[in-house]
Design a protein around this ligand. Structure first.
Ligand code: SAH
Length: 233
């Protein structure tokens, strides 16, 4: 799977995507991430990418021409399954959207800055707008890093234990159960007996009950979805 990311601050993306699971995914040839510096497509000798907002108001807006030049160049090289703009008014990223995106081959992600990008770029090129939550970041790079990480780890072969993503929170509309490691007793607190029993069926029942309980107390909205899904199954 390939991500192309357009940004005025590509350095912001280097560190988060060059470690741990993301690096392993790249080493295994399962994930490719290419960063494109929008300034390379900028206008004039000042390498301008932004300009004043028509109608007045504080904050600059990203001009359409450099973005269009970069998008056109990339689109001439390959077909993108989606051209994504990271934006607080987009569809909120969740596990189901991550699952869908993990099955795609080529994704192009545009990171905004300042007040955002000229609306006409959204109209002409963007096919999917994603928000990573109801708050405002100063740029789209961190949102793009979140998208690449959350989607990239779902590509088959990226996680070592193939099944482990299946038991993460949200994968089945339930939150994950509590987890413990050694020592079996720490500061007077013991690991639940069942986890030490080696009895697989009891362990998996315990985990399922804990997941249900956690979801009931923390995210009743998810539990409702889970129960509907169970009815449909
Ligand atoms: N004025 C805009 C916000 C601009 S923030 C508004 O109110 O909607 C600058 C850039 O940061 C945006 O163009 C977008 O690319 C990115 N960004 C900010 N918050 C985000 C969020 N919650 N999810 C995804 N991208 C976000």
């Amino acid at each position: 799977m390939r991500f192309d990311i357009i940004s005025v601050l590509p350095e912001l993306l280097e560190s988060p995507l060059n470690h741990s699971i993301m690096q392993r995914a790249k080493d295994r040839g399962l994930l490719e991430v290419f960063l494109h510096n929008l300034r390379d497509y900028a206008l004039g000798k000042h390498r301008q990418v932004d300009d004043y907002q028509f109608g007045g108001g504080a904050g600059m807006v990203m001009r359409p021409e450099p973005l269009a030049a970069c998008i056109e160049k990339l689109c001439a090289e390959r077909i993108y399954d989606a051209i994504i703009y990271t934006s607080p008014d987009g569809q909120t990223l969740d596990q189901s959207l991550c699952n869908q995106l993990s099955m795609k081959e080529n994704l192009l992600v545009i990171c905004g800055h300042y007040k955002g990008i000229d609306e006409r770029i959204r109209q002409k090129y963007v096919t999917l707008e994603i928000s990573i939550g109801d708050y405002v970041l100063s740029g789209g790079e961190l949102a793009a890093a979140v998208i690449v990480d959350a989607v990239g780890r779902l590509i088959p072969g990226v996680l070592n234990d193939e099944t482990s993503a299946l038991f993460d929170s949200f994968q089945d509309d339930l939150l994950a159960p509590p987890v413990y490691t050694r020592p079996a007793e720490w500061e007077g607190m013991k690991v639940p007996e069942v986890l030490l029993s080696g009895h697989e069926k009891n362990i998996s029942e315990w985990r399922h009950e804990q997941s249900l309980e956690r979801t009931r107390s923390r995210r009743p909205d998810l539990l409702e979805r889970y129960e509907k899904g169970e009815d449909a199954a």
